[in-house]
Ligand binder design. Sequence first.
Ligand SMILES: [Zn+2]
Length: 434
Amino acid sequence: MDTTYYDPALETADAATLQAHQLARLRALLGTLLASNPFYAPRLRAAGLASAEELRALADLCRLPFTRKAELVADQDAHPPYGTNLSYPLAAYTRLHQTSGTTGRPLRILDTPESWEWWQHCWGYVYRGAGVGPDDRVFCAFSFGPFIGFWSAFEAGQRLGALVIAGGGQTSEQRLQTLLDNAATVLVCTPTYALRLAEVAREQGIDVSRSSIRATVHAGEPGASIPSTKRRIEEVWGAHCFDHAGATEVGAYGFECQAQPGGIHTNDAEFVVEILDPRTDEPADEGELVITNLGRAGTPVLRYRTGDRVKRQPGACPCGRTFGRLEGGLLGRVDDMLTVRGVNVFPSAIENLVRRHAAVDEFAVEVYRERAMDELELQLEVADAAPEAVCEAVARDLSVALGFRPRVRSVPAGSLPRFELKARRVRDHRARTA
Ligand SMILES: [Zn+2]
């Protein structure tokens, strides 16, 4: 069975065909919203759009208002529990999921049977990007709680004919055993957790690079697109590591293909993706990712400001897909840049340097001010008889990249937090002490 593409016609369509497809779907969506969505209808009319036909070209999208997460949260606060971004009566909805709540109160999102189908449809592209098909056994190392996480990955795997295995309600040791007992071929989890599972295996004397896992599919953190983290996952698992991007409010909008040219494709069949300069809101090649989803009319987002920093990757992809590409995947958050001693530091850049050192199991970054001077301290869990030498090597790499020498020290194995979802390894203490 050919598992190269999910929808070959759209994935290899020329730009004009794709844009016509997007415009038709966008108009249909706007028609629904103007007719029956209490959140969007007044916003669209206030922006001067009285009917969907007034949107004559895709470029007219810039007439539509942005949507910010804070607005959706405020709307749910004012109209609990689900807010007003609902195009249909409540009885039409059959699933509730919520955001992970790592940055504030969780946002509740409802899906209809149709939009839940759509979620799985979008995951079809993600899986095909990684070459997943009926011969695969997909293990989802995920808690299966209210966070949407990999629920859609679990159900979408069945649609492709794969055998799917739920890894909820288990310890890491139990997950590892389930994965091995069932000879799983695909591991779906966050990049951090893939490394954690491998670490647990190593503690038990198991070499997972010899396991039947041939591909790992990730989301939730930038890690799988950070070159040295990706390489690390591929080495410890003896598998190809694929990144994918998605969000509870938006859908699964990006995926990596087997050509692996160093970035992710956007799913231009189901989403309209813009990249805007966050200061001017004008189109840019590098800036904030802004997304409109086309297949979730019951709870849509128009021009949603993701807060994710991305860079457009020019040129054609060797895989043959004509979908757009984001170089290096999600590069971090628009607002996660730290300025330390006048130097701009991105957490993903630190991770890329640290993960080059195979002996480092986990790390944390503390930024604070001491005697009116910014200090960046890196704490490393080092699995090596001579941790000081590893710390010294990491410090050397970082000082070359940063232009100043950070403090690097080793901490006892297992003392740093482990993350199943959305790792938060950087703590900036300066706001409190300033
Ligand atoms: Zn490609």
